[in-house]
Unconditional design. Structure first.
Length: 149
C-alpha cells in the first residue's frame, strides 16, 4: 500500500509503463490512485488528489484516472455529502472517471452544488486536511448542522 503521494505516483507509473511497453494504448488504461478513508488519516485525500495531478501532468489527457470514490467517506456521517464534495475535488485534480453508484449520484446536482453552504464547506475543509483529526465535521453532524449535499 502506498505511504504517500510519491508511492502512489511511482506504483501507478510502473504499471502504466509496463502496459505501454506491451503495446497497450494509453487511452485504454484506467489507473486507480487508491482512495482511502478520511477518517483514518486526514492526509489520505490530499495524497490521492496530488497523485491525480501528477499523473495527469505526466501522461496528459489520454490516460484515465479513477478510484473507488465512496471509500473516502467510510466511517463518517452524511457519506453522500462527503462523496459528492470529493467527486468535485477529484475531477478538478484530474480524475475523469469514478467507481461509484450511478443510481444515487446525480452528477448535474454534484457539479452545480452551491459550494458556499456551511455543509459543503465543512466537508471540503475536512477533505483538504484543514479539519485536523476530522473533529469539526462530526461535531457539526452531532449538532444537526449538516444538510444533504
Amino acid at each position: 500500500m502506498p505511504k504517500g503521494t510519491e508511492d502512489r505516483v511511482d506504483h501507478a507509473s510502473q504499471m502504466i509503463e509496463a502496459a505501454l511497453a506491451r503495446g497497450m494504448p494509453l487511452e485504454r488504461l484506467y489507473v486507480d490512485t487508491l482512495v482511502f478513508p478520511i477518517s483514518v488519516d486526514n492526509q489520505f485525500v490530499m495524497q490521492c488528489l496530488d497523485a491525480f495531478r501528477q499523473l495527469r501532468a505526466r501522461y496528459g489527457r489520454g490516460i484515465h484516472l479513477t478510484g473507488g470514490f465512496s471509500n473516502v467517506s467510510f466511517g463518517m456521517p452524511c457519506r453522500r455529502l462527503i462523496n459528492e464534495v470529493f467527486l468535485n475535488l477529484a475531477v478538478e485534480a484530474g480524475a475523469d472517471s469514478a467507481i461509484m453508484d450511478p443510481v444515487t449520484t446525480n452528477l448535474n446536482k454534484v457539479f452545480l452544488a452551491d459550494r458556499q453552504t456551511p455543509s459543503y464547506q465543512l466537508a471540503e475543509q475536512m477533505l483538504l486536511g484543514h479539519d485536523a483529526g476530522c473533529v469539526e465535521y462530526p461535531q457539526a453532524y452531532r449538532e444537526g448542522e449538516l444538510e444533504a449535499a
